[in-house]
Every structure is written in structure tokens, then in C-alpha cells.
Design a protein around this ligand. Structure first.
Ligand SMILES: Cc1cc2nc3c(=O)[nH]c(=O)nc-3n(C[C@H](O)[C@H](O)[C@H](O)COP(=O)(O)OP(=O)(O)OC[C@H]3O[C@@H](n4cnc5c(N)ncnc54)[C@H](O)[C@@H]3O)c2cc1C
Length: 553
């Protein structure tokens, strides 16, 4: 299909310039995508613009948990904890392929920050809070039982453990599927399209100026209401409207991934960091363990990318090495690492609290000219927050004299695009039809990522057999995923494909550098790239990942 992705992109940009929209959403992270989907489902003419790739901001750099927030409960944020427990249950239903139960083990040590009694009470309260929405009830284990369950965990001073359940997701694909759902409902979605100015008439916002970051062209998008869901850039976008004191305190959170067999854990483990006793996690993530996170103030604004420093790696590994003495991890064992910015609602000028003590609750604020901004929040509760924002959009539209009626939010009832069947069922059906000759383990793996959209990827293999080959020999992802990402999922760079549509960059020892050339060739036809352009894209990707790795390795 010649340059199919480019054609689709041109059509979207032309639609942005042509149509007047009811709502323009700025920011293609989980919140912006959620707002666009909710608005489109209610029948609003909706546009979503993202300055980079979808989920390229904070929403692909999280701990990838859909969690009730045991810690929020401990901090007294009961409202957030209750909402999160309900959402965890709902998202499991709406996207069973993307939100899966995960068991957590919270070991208790003599002299540690949490006693077994306190943990037991906390887990009891957590179950009570979750009520019907609980994944499964907690259990308390003796030291002997926890040793049997997690034999590589430190035994010195081990007093026992609490086991509880939360859920795990693929954050970038959750955003992607939410944006796909918005587009299915008629929203116009454009990535690499950044807002550089807001347009107003008679004191009210009437749209925004958007720069296509691939061509450099500027277009004006007309909208009755503009929503600022720019995550760490919320203050920056709000300042395009009116000067105001910053609302956000940006803190950096780093995760590292190491081979899981080095640590030998089975479930997700809750640990207290050696330096400051903060809670951190070691989470199974396929063949690797996701270890995180740090929480330190970010120096520089949102345009200063957060980077992984050697001290971040040391902070995380020294704790894992203490609790898993045989792991003996150092930076050379880190397969990959990433850093994200938490857009926390707390102005930097009054930043007296420790970063970890700043609330994770969101705040919605509306400017005099009508800009609706959303700051803070969680991946877990995005759907609720989106509904609240769209309620305000609808109210603003009606206040302006528009007689149309828009219904209530329906995002809690309609599955995400791949969520209409259980992954195991999808895989079994595909295999019963021969799975296009793909190994059963790969079909099952793909069903776990694409859910009921599995046929879109397998169909590509049916047309072109060579797309069944893996992108990287050590990983299950077939090449068909590269083509699907570019043709159907708005991917336009190697990083989009290797880091967010697939997770090759996170699981591969070279962060995908070893396969960059082949991946660029696979992307080339849909993007209209010549051989030279494809080679230059691969070289640039390799240079970027090598620079990043040199910083901490
Ligand atoms: C280390 C870490 C771990 C976390 N772990 C969890 C977790 O396990 N579970 C959980 O529920 N939450 C977690 N969170 C919180 C959660 O990830 C964030 O709250 C959420 O992703 C924020 O989404 P967002 O859409 O507001 O921001 P973003 O994802 O940053 O999206 C904002 C987007 O706006 C775009 N943008 C900015 N300016 C413009 C412009 N001018 N024009 C167009 N686009 C623009 C940006 O490019 C960006 O993509 C974690 C956060 C961090 C940092």
C-alpha cells in the first residue's frame, strides 16, 4: 500500500483545517485520548492533536499499574483510592487484553517501616475499600510460607508478608487503543501536530494554531471549546491563554529493566528503598523485571527531557540487591531504562513537601476565556477524569447557546477496540483457523496485546508470509506488528514502533538498535521513505539510544 500512512495523515490534517469542531483536545496522553473518546462517543465533533507520538509524554513511562493505590490509602487519599479500585475492575472488563490481574507480595522485616499488624490492617482496609471491585482478597503469610513462595528473597529478619492483588497494563497501548476508539467514533486524531498559539475572538477562545511537525506547515483549527490535557506541559499551554502562576510540580520517576531470572522473583514485590524508605516495586514484565521508581524534583521545565542518571540506577539496584542478595546487580545488567515526569498539582514555589508526599489527585481549572485545563491524575482513573472534563465541555457549549443535547459518558460501558473478547478465547479461535501458520505461543502473546484486534495483525501475515518472522530473534513480536503500527496506529518514527507500539526497545539488550535498519525498511513503503531516508532514520535512532545508554551504563 503506497504511502498509506502519509495519505491518512494528510486527510486528518485537512479535516482539522476544514471542520469547525465542538472540542479541540491538546495532548495525546492517556487523559487527552480519554477526553477525545468520551467526547466523540457523546456525539461531539472532536479533534485531538499531539505534538509528538501518542503516549510519548508521561503516559508511556509509568509503572504500568492499574492500581487501587494502597499507598494513597495510607496517605489518607480515600477518594482517590475508592475511585481507583472501581476503575481497576471496570478497565479489566473493558480491556481484558490490556489490564490483567497481578499478585503483589509485601514482605515485612524486623525494624522495617511497616509492621505485620499495620500491613494486615492496611490490606484489610484495602479489601474493604475495593468491596465488590476487589481482584481477590489479601492473605498474610508466615516467614516460612513467604520463603517458599519467593525463595530468593532475603531471609534475615523476615517476619512474613502480605499478598494482595492489583492489575498491570501496557500504558502506551492503553493510550493507543483509547485514541483508536475515539477515531472510530469520528474524532480526528493527528500526532506530530503541536499547538503553538491559541486563537480568540471577543475574549473567548475559538481554536488554536497547530504546526504539523513533519512538514512544518501551520493550520488553524476552529473549536467551540479547547481542552488543555498537556500533562507536564499544562502550565506551558495555559500560558498561551493567560499569564498565571505555575500549577505543576514536575517530579522525575525512573524505571530500570533487568532480566527476571537474575532476581528470581515470581510475583510483584513491594520494597522500601534503602536510602529513604520510599515504597518501590519489582514487577514481572514478561522475561524482564520492571524496577521502579525514583521520585525526585525535575530540574528544568517539561521541554528538558527527563534522563536516567547513574545515581537513579544505583538507588534502584542497591535496594533490589539488599532484598535479593543473590541478584548482585550492577548497571551492566540493566537491559533498558526510562524516565518520566509526574505532572503533580503543587506549585514549585511552595515545594516544601517531599516529592512522594505530593497528592496524585487531579485538578480541572477553567480560564476566563474558556480554556479547560486538566492537571495531575493517574493512568488508572483517566476515564473518570475524562468524563468530568467532557461534562464541562458540554456545559460550555450549551451556555454558548447551542441547543443540541449530548448524552452522559458511555466510556464505562463500551469496550476498547481490542476488548470485546477475552484474549484466551481470541487466541483459541485464531488457532482453530490455523493462526496463519504462526506458532501458538506467538498467537497467544499477540492476543494478549491486540485482543479482538488480533486478526488485523494475523491478516497481514496471511497476505505476506515474511511478516511472520520476528522483529528480533530473541523476542516473539512478528514483523507484521511494524506494518500494523505504521498503517493503522499512527506510528511514524522508529521510536514510535520500537518503544510504544511494540516493547522491543524495552526488552532488547540493544534497545532495538540491532534491528533498526530492518524495521526502517519495513516502515518505508507506508511512509513513502526512500532507501536513504530509511537508512538515515535508522542511524538517527541508533545514535539516540546509544547516547541514552552511555549516560547510565
Ligand atoms: C514514574 C511514573 C510512574 C507512574 N506510574 C503510574 C501507575 O503505575 N499507574 C497509574 O495509574 N499512574 C501512574 N503514573 C501517573 C500517570 O502515568 C500520569 O498521571 C499520566 O500518564 C498523565 O497523562 P497525561 O495525559 O496527563 O500526560 P502525558 O502522557 O504527558 O500527555 C500529555 C501530552 O501532551 C502533549 N503536548 C504537550 N504540549 C502540547 C502542545 N502544545 N500541543 C500538542 N500536544 C502537546 C505531550 O507531548 C504529551 O504527550 C506514573 C507516572 C510516572 C511519572
Amino acid at each position: 500500500m503506497a504511502a498509506a500512512a502519509l495519505d491518512a495523515r494528510r486527510t486528518a490534517l485537512a479535516a482539522l483545517a476544514a471542520e469547525p469542531f465542538d472540542v479541540l483536545v491538546i495532548g495525546g496522553g492517556i487523559n487527552g485520548a480519554g477526553i477525545a473518546r468520551d467526547a466523540a462517543l457523546r456525539g461531539l465533533r472532536t479533534a485531538l492533536v499531539e505534538q509528538g507520538d501518542l503516549a510519548s509524554g508521561t503516559s508511556s513511562r509509568s509503572s504500568k499499574l492499574i492500581h487501587g493505590g494502597l499507598r494513597y490509602l495510607a496517605q489518607g487519599h480515600v477518594r482517590l483510592g475508592l475511585a481507583a479500585c472501581r476503575e481497576r475492575a471496570r478497565l479489566r472488563r473493558l480491556a481484558p487484553h490490556l489490564v490483567r490481574p497481578q499478585r503483589f507480595v509485601y514482605p515485612v522485616y524486623a525494624g522495617g517501616p511497616v509492621s505485620k499488624v499495620k500491613l494486615g490492617l492496611g490490606l484489610f482496609a484495602y479489601d474493604l475499600l475495593a468491596g465488590w471491585w476487589s481482584v481477590a482478597r489479601h492473605r498474610l503469610l508466615s516467614a516460612a510460607a513467604i520463603h517458599e513462595a519467593e525463595p530468593t528473597l532475603r531471609t534475615d529478619g523476615l517476619r512474613g508478608a502480605g499478598c494482595y492483588w492489583d492489575a498491570q497494563t501496557d500504558d502506551a497501548r492503553l493510550v493507543l487503543e483509547t485514541a483508536l476508539a475515539a477515531a472510530c467514533e469520528g474524532a480526528v486524531v493527528a500526532s506530530y501536530a503541536g499547538v503553538t498559539a491559541l486563537v480568540r475572538s471577543g475574549g473567548r477562545l475559538t481554536g488554536a494554531r497547530v504546526v504539523d511537525r513533519l512538514s512544518g506547515e501551520t493550520i488553524e483549527v476552529g473549536a467551540a471549546v479547547v481542552v488543555n490535557a498537556a500533562g507536564p506541559w499544562v502550565d506551558r499551554v495555559a500560558a498561551l491563554d493567560e499569564p498565571a502562576a505555575p500549577r505543576l510540580r514536575l517530579t522525575k520517576g525512573v524505571h530500570v529493566l533487568v532480566r527476571r531470572d537474575r532476581i528470581g522473583h515470581r510475583d510483584a514485590i513491594v520494597l522500601h528503598a534503602r536510602r529513604d524508605r520510599r515504597v518501590m516495586f519489582v514487577i514481572p514484565w514478561g522475561e524482564v523485571s520492571l524496577i521502579g521508581t525514583t521520585d525526585t524534583d525535575h530540574v528544568g521545565g517539561p521541554d528538558t527531557p527527563p534522563v536516567v542518571e547513574p545515581d537513579d540506577v544505583a538507588y534502584l539496584l542497591e535496594t533490589v540487591n539488599h532484598y535479593f542478595p543473590d541478584a548482585r546487580l550492577d548497571a551492566s545488567h540493566v537491559v533498558s531504562a526510562f524516565a518520566g515526569l509526574r505532572p503533580l498539582v503543587a506549585p514549585p514555589v511552595s515545594a516544601t513537601a517531599a516529592p512522594s508526599d505530593v497528592s496524585r489527585e487531579e485538578e480541572i481549572f477553567v480560564s476566563k476565556s474558556g480554556l479547560i485545563s486538566l492537571a495531575g491524575g493517574k493512568l488508572t482513573t483517566y476515564r473518570l477524569v475524562a468524563a468530568e472534563v467532557v461534562d464541562r465541555v458540554v456545559a460550555a457549549i450549551r451556555r454558548a447557546g447551542d441547543p443540541r443535547r449530548f448524552g452522559r459518558s458511555r466510556t464505562g460501558e463500551i469496550p476498547l477496540p481490542g476488548g470485546s473478547a477475552e484474549p484466551a478465547h481470541v487466541a483459541a479461535e485464531a488457532l482453530a483457523r490455523d493462526g496463519h501458520g504462526m506458532p501458538p505461543a506467538v498467537v497467544e502473546y499477540l492476543a494478549g496485546r491486540y485482543g479482538s484486534r488480533l486478526g488485523e495483525v494475523l491478516g497481514l501475515v496471511g497476505v505476506e508470509r515474511s511478516l511472520a518472522a520476528p522483529i528480533s530473534a530473541a523476542l516473539p513480536d512478528p514483523r507484521a506488528e511494524v506494518v500494523a503500527a505504521v498503517e493503522r496506529e499512527w506510528a511514524v518514527t522508529l521510536e514510535d514502533v520500537l518503544r510504544r507500539r511494540t516493547q522491543v526497545a524495552l526488552h532488547d539488550e540493544t534497545s532495538g538498535a540491532a534491528v533498526a535498519g530492518e524495521v526502517a525498511q519495513l516502515m518505508a513503503p507506508a511512509l513513502g521513505w526512500s532507501t536513504d531516508v530509511a537508512r538515515a532514520a535508522a542511524d538517527a535512532y541508533v545514535a539516540d539510544v546509544q547516547r541514552d545508554r552511555r549516560r547510565w551504563r
